[in-house]
Design a protein around this ligand. Structure first.
Ligand SMILES: NC(=O)C1=CN([C@@H]2O[C@H](COP(=O)(O)OP(=O)(O)OC[C@H]3O[C@@H](n4cnc5c(N)ncnc54)[C@H](OP(=O)(O)O)[C@@H]3O)[C@@H](O)[C@H]2O)C=CC1
Ligand SMILES: N[C@@H](C=O)C(=O)O
Length: 262
């Protein structure tokens, strides 16, 4: 990864992905923009070329479609100019678990989890060979909070955060920076797509502020960036508590409280 590596962004036609595209263009990076809506990608790419003088390629793809996903993987494997992957494409799901159709659950996992792992997996070997590269995975605070009642969506985001932390440990020593970004409610079309009026939410961050904060975390090379979390010590304490359990997991016998009377 260099100061001017090309950045491939999934879900760049709207919301957080479009804001990443604008911010990276402003920093002078060439771009590859991926999403399903080609017309929107063309409008954005034309604007970014004009305003920032960068080169922008449009790659129309539905990352839940096997052939389209393979095409994005091929681009990530073969295009040596790409030094940063932003795994951002994602969606939410309306309703509670029992209301959600099996096909919608399958589709959400394909988009929010499978595509993220597949695209990271496609680019990682080339980054390892180069000894540099960055992967930004857009997760969510919902993945930390089953209490929010968004079980499948939250589970996909817990997957993304876990995957990012694991890849950071595995790939960090090989020169690759992996960042998980955990926004909370952010003003994008995602809410309308699941039938929620974003203006009814108690607190909503503007998308530009979210992405600027995420990039501040990127510049500091934070493994996990949580823009809405004001008290960073809370995340550190959470990690410390989790890590404190690890040495205790290797046991021959079950804990006292599980020993049956029989
Ligand atoms: N907004 C929020 O409150 C929060 C969002 N997030 C996460 O941020 C990420 C971006 O969401 P946000 O910007 O809010 O949502 P938007 O709905 O505004 O944008 C989603 C983007 O993903 C693309 N996309 C959706 N499905 C596919 C697909 N099958 N294949 C390729 N691209 C696809 C859309 O483009 P197109 O339709 O053209 O394909 C669009 O560019 C998501 O991962 C989301 O979970 C996390 C926390 C909070
Ligand atoms: N995308 C939002 C919920 O649907 C979030 O992650 O907060």
């Amino acid at each position: 990864m260099t100061e001017t590596s090309t950045v491939l962004i999934t879900g760049a036609s709207a919301g957080i992905g479009a804001a990443y595209a604008e911010r990276f263009a402003r920093r002078g990076h060439d771009l590859v923009l991926v999403a399903r809506n080609k017309a929107r990608l063309e409008v954005l790419s034309e604007q970014l070329r004009k305003e920032h003088g960068v080169s922008v390629d449009v790659l129309q793809a539905d990352v839940t479609n096997a052939d389209d996903l393979a095409a994005v993987e091929t681009r990530l494997r073969d295009d040596d100019r790409i030094g940063i992957l932003v795994n951002n494409a994602g969606a939410s799901l309306a309703g509670t678990f029992v209301d959600q159709a099996a096909s919608d659950i399958t589709q959400l996992i394909a988009l929010n989890a499978t595509a993220v792992a597949r695209l990271a997996g496609a680019v990682a070997p080339r980054f390892i060979k180069a000894g540099s590269g960055a992967i930004i995975n857009v997760s969510s605070v919902v993945g930390l909070a089953p209490e929010f009642g968004m079980s499948v969506y939250g589970a996909t985001k817990a997957f993304v955060t876990f995957l990012s932390q694991g890849l950071s440990l595995e790939l960090g020593p090989k020169g690759i920076y992996v960042q998980a970004v955990l926004p909370a409610a952010t003003r994008t079309e995602l809410w309308e797509l699941v039938g929620i009026d974003v203006n009814t939410l108690p607190a909503v961050m503007e998308v530009g502020e979210l992405v600027d904060a995420a990039l501040a975390g990127f510049d500091k090379r934070e493994p996990v960036t949580i823009p809405p979390l004001h008290d960073a010590a809370q995340w550190d304490a959470y990690q410390t508590a989790r890590q404190a359990m690890i040495p205790g997991f290797a046991q021959v016998h079950a804990a006292e409280r599980y020993r049956s009377a029989s």
